[in-house]
Design a protein around this ligand. Structure first.
Ligand SMILES: *[C@@H]1O[C@H](CO)[C@@H](O)[C@H](O)[C@H]1NC(C)=O
Ligand SMILES: *[C@@H]1O[C@H](CO)[C@@H](O)[C@H](O)[C@H]1NC(C)=O
Ligand SMILES: *[C@@H]1O[C@H](CO)[C@@H](O)[C@H](O)[C@H]1NC(C)=O
Ligand SMILES: *[C@@H]1O[C@H](CO)[C@@H](O)[C@H](O)[C@H]1NC(C)=O
Length: 450
């Protein structure tokens, strides 16, 4: 009896207790739900004022005029797809000759800082507006950070704005990895102008030819392209420990960013090492980018791929010794490794290489074509850098080059730079206290002297 009474009162007590708990929990839950709802409502109200349509990167739409007043009340809502328009063209950093204004980070993808801290190599490149579309080929193979400097004169700035908008809306994955910098000449500064329709049309090809004003085209033809200013600008805005500087028409093999990360993680410390990535020219008739080194060597045997500049200017890459690089026949480790060292440095050698950005700057007194990269590489050689050729990674230039394709204006710029090259050599001689040419011609004697 006593037991059952006790049992009844016990269970009643427990029921009451449970009921109490339930009540408390309900209150907590209801409060939480109320808070969540309130928050959601507040967010909705803040982010989506009723009269303003939302813009997304996947569904581009023209901002309607009725939306304009919303911009002030809800700035977060409006997609910032035209960062270049905000450049204050009266500002910008002057170059050494006060001929060009330089704008760092005119547009920056949101992943650029993070990618720079978790990758070892930043790809740096530079371009004029006519060739900027080639950046897409690089970006489709290079998954690390990309720092690109672009030259714009007059109404070309309008096209750069349009390209940046197009990239932001139509290729957000690529845009997110890029930092874009601008150089504009003092004599013909960029003019923002109006953005053409293709900027917000993802079915359109960006930067179609023939969109520049005739006077801009004429001005550009009369003035040299300041490639070394652009190279330095792109390089100096890289934040990863190593820089891989390429021209915009040089496409890295797929997965190179990851391959280099892996290689550099285990490479012995070598502050005066530059890692050369071999470059081949590829016949335009070849449909697909070679998947790997074996594929490239097969094309090379069929004369559909040749070492870069072999026909135009053999000394350009001669010292890389392609026959040594090809000797393995592609039967080698797929892990990136050193194939061989450069042992016969040539005066006009200009490989594309990976190195920390403590290498000498590109001399900005060379304007236009000729002696722009090989002079920088030559100074590295005098400092004592060793060039080591990597395998099986490579880079490709689409199209076989022939000397006859070189226009007259380019030869003229080359001649002008050749004259400056004599000054440059004398300066190096004074700075490093070595006769560069002597060093090259008689390496043994020079070694005995020092
Ligand atoms: C190289 O690529 C070709 C073509 O895609 C493929 O058949 C071959 O197996 C690849 N070789 C290596 C070593 O990955
Ligand atoms: C390339 O390497 C091979 C093999 O070591 C050597 O015989 C040849 O002289 C080298 N060629 C050049 C241009 O350096
Ligand atoms: C590739 O290299 C391995 C190891 O050096 C060798 O055993 C094999 O016969 C080579 N294969 C070809 C096709 O050359
Ligand atoms: C390259 O040169 C370095 C130093 O001179 C040497 O230790 C290394 O073994 C060489 N590498 C190759 C692949 O010949």
């Amino acid at each position: 009896m006593g037991y059952s009474t006790d049992h009844r009162s016990m269970s009643k007590l427990r029921r009451n207790k449970i009921w109490g708990w339930k009540c408390q929990w309900s209150i907590v839950t209801i409060t939480a739900i109320a808070l969540v709802l309130y928050n959601a409502a507040a967010n909705m109200w803040l982010l989506h004022p009723p009269s303003c349509p939302t813009h997304t990167t996947t569904q581009p739409s023209e901002p309607s005029s009725s939306c304009e007043p919303c911009t002030d009340t809800a700035p977060n809502n409006v997609v910032d797809d035209d960062p270049i328009s905000r450049l204050d063209l009266r500002l910008g950093r002057w170059d050494g000759s006060r001929s060009y204004r330089l704008f760092d980070y005119a547009a920056v993808g949101e992943l650029y800082p993070e990618l720079s801290s978790n990758h070892r190599v930043c790809l740096a490149t530079q371009s004029s507006i006519e060739r900027l579309h080639e950046l897409l080929r690089i970006a489709s193979h290079w998954t690390g950070p990309i720092s690109v400097a672009v030259f714009v004169a007059g109404d070309e700035l309008r096209l750069l704005r349009a390209f940046t908008t197009w990239l932001f809306r139509c290729q957000p994955d690529i845009y997110s990895r890029i930092a874009l910098h601008v150089v504009t000449p003092a004599e013909r500064p960029g003019v923002p102008g109006s953005v053409p329709d293709w900027a917000r049309n993802c079915d359109a090809k960006p930067l179609p030819p023939g969109q520049r004003r005739a006077d801009t085209v004429a001005w550009r033809a009369r003035h040299p392209y300041p490639q070394n200013h652009l190279r330095n600008l792109a390089r100096k805005n890289c934040h990863a420990p190593y820089v891989f500087l390429v021209d915009v028409d040089i496409v890295p093999s797929r997965g190179m960013s990851e391959a280099l990360d892996k290689f550099l993680a285990t490479a012995p410390k070598c502050p005066l090492c530059a890692y050369v990535v071999p470059t081949y020219e590829l016949d335009r008739r070849v449909a697909n980018f070679p998947a790997n080194k074996s594929e490239l060597l097969r094309l090379s045997r069929n004369k559909l791929a040749i070492p870069f500049h072999r026909k135009v200017f053999i000394y350009n890459q001669y010292a890389s010794n392609f026959s040594r690089w090809e000797a393995s026949g592609g039967n080698e480790s797929t892990e990136t490794h050193i194939s061989h060292n450069v042992t016969n440095f040539e005066l006009l050698y200009e490989p594309f290489y990976v190195a920390p950005d403590t290498v000498p700057a590109h001399d900005e007194r060379f304007l236009g074509y000729g002696f722009t990269r090989n002079t920088q590489v030559y100074e590295m050689f005098l400092i004592g850098y060793q060039f080591r050729v990597l395998s099986p990674i490579f880079t490709i230039h689409w199209g076989l080059q022939a000397r006859r394709n070189r226009p007259l204006w380019r030869e003229k710029q080359n001649e002008k730079n050749r004259k400056h090259f004599e000054t440059f050599k004398r300066e190096l001689f004074a700075r490093y206290r070595r006769d560069p040419l002597h060093l090259l011609r008689r390496p043994q004697q020079q070694a005995k002297k020092t």
